[in-house]
Design a protein around this ligand. Structure first.
Ligand SMILES: Cc1cc2nc3c(=O)[nH]c(=O)nc-3n(C[C@H](O)[C@H](O)[C@H](O)COP(=O)(O)O)c2cc1C
Length: 369
């Protein structure tokens, strides 16, 4: 959807803290608020500090932490209206949304925001949420079959007139959406991201998604997924952009950063982390090959619920910038970042880390003639 992956400056997204409790399941002090006023200021701060995207989370009820949650599409729209350039990615569950209804919402949100709406299609790990809402909980790979159909329907409705789809999960008959979302040759429809790391997720990305989001990974873990996703995309004559999650602790000294990580883990809320560990066995581990998100996560990893410590963006601005540029060299197009104290750390990131990233990128890239 964007230019050839890997050829542009690395992009940055942040996790919108639209659920309570912050991004780590720990009793450590977190100067982050899940409410709208805090988030509106954060979104403006983020777009002024190098962030191109914000990713909202979808949760329908409390699970392990996250006692309160703001709905993702409406919250995303509110952030779009409060900003000028930020693209906001709304997380949505196939199975709880009809793709035609979401397509309609997305077209309106896209017009209201002058083309800055995007979606993250999440296939789901939280069985309790589906059963509480009286919806079937599909087996792992079936969830991906449904997500793929959902994405095909969404893209079809956004780009074609008289769209038809006779699927196993959705049926669309001669449907024409008016108005369509805004489009340009570079962006024919709102960008479609996906969250999901299993084999089924990697294959789906190659077939239908614009972006693949990975949980936190070290270099080898990121490279392994990049290989599979790019292979699947090539088999389908496509290319897919790759976003990697990382929880960032940037401090003036490495000692301070490491001490913060130690305190987060020492103050982990054990019952919540353990409850979460039990619940996510419904995700990657439940796939037939047992590969996927959280399949090999330790207790410490799960304190950041998207394995964000594994990416090791922990240290001084220089150390972190170097790691980011190494991930870029592997093929990562976007870093998705979470913070402990959002307002102050997003500003610190823009002032201290980002300029070094850009310098290192410029030094690595041969000048183009
Ligand atoms: C970046 C990212 C964001 C996600 N956001 C959400 C979310 O907001 N709500 C949700 O229920 N699941 C979310 N997920 C989880 C996915 O729905 C899926 O359950 C998970 O990736 C496990 O997939 P797997 O079984 O393919 O490994 C997210 C995943 C990733 C990687």
């Amino acid at each position: 959807m964007s230019a050839t992956p890997g050829t542009e400056p690395i992009k940055f997204a942040y996790w919108v803290p639209n659920v309570s409790g912050g991004l780590v399941t720990s009793t450590i002090d977190q100067r982050t608020d899940w409410g709208y006023d805090y988030n509106r200021e954060l979104a403006v701060l983020a777009e002024n500090n190098g962030f191109e995207y914000a990713l909202s989370q979808v949760r329908y009820m409390a699970s392990y932490g996250a006692e309160y949650q703001h709905e993702s599409t409406s919250f995303s729209l509110a952030l779009l209206l409060a900003t000028q350039r930020l693209k906001v990615i709304a997380a949505v569950h196939p199975g709880l949304w009809h793709p035609g209804v979401l397509a309609k919402l997305g077209a309106t949100a896209d017009h209201l925001s002058h083309g800055r709406f995007a979606v993250n299609v999440v296939s789901g790990w939280f069985k309790g949420e589906f059963t509480a809402l009286g919806e079937h909980w599909l087996e792992h790979d079936e969830r991906y079959r449904r997500s793929e159909e959902f994405i095909r329907a969404l893209r079809g409705i956004w780009t074609e007139d008289d769209f038809n789809l006779a699927g196993d999960f959705y049926r669309i008959r001669d449907f024409t959406l008016k108005p369509k979302p805004l489009n340009t040759p570079r962006r024919p429809n709102p960008e479609i991201f996906q969250g999901g790391n299993s084999t089924a997720a990697r294959q789906m990305a190659g077939r239908v998604s614009d972006w693949y989001f990975s949980n936190g990974k070290d270099y080898d873990g990121a490279a392994e997924q990049l290989h599979d996703v790019n292979k699947s995309a090539a088999e389908n004559g496509r290319s897919v952009n790759f976003g990697l999650n990382g929880f960032i602790i940037a401090r003036d000294t490495e000692k301070e950063a490491r001490e913060t990580l130690r305190e987060i883990i020492a103050k982990a809320h054990k019952p919540s982390v353990e409850g979460f560990r039990d619940a996510v066995t419904q995700a990657g581990k439940s796939a037939q090959d047992g590969k996927g998100m959280w399949a090999d996560s330790s207790f410490e990893d799960l304190v950041q619920y998207n394995d964000g410590f594994k990416t090791q963006l922990i240290g001084t601005p220089e150390q972190i910038a170097e790691r980011i540029v190494k991930y870029k060299a592997l093929g990562v197009d976007l870093m998705l970042l979470g913070f402990l104290h959002y307002h102050e750390e997003v500003e610190y990131f823009g002032r201290r880390v980002l300029p070094i990233v850009r310098e290192l990128e410029a030094a690595r890239e041969p000048a183009t003639v």
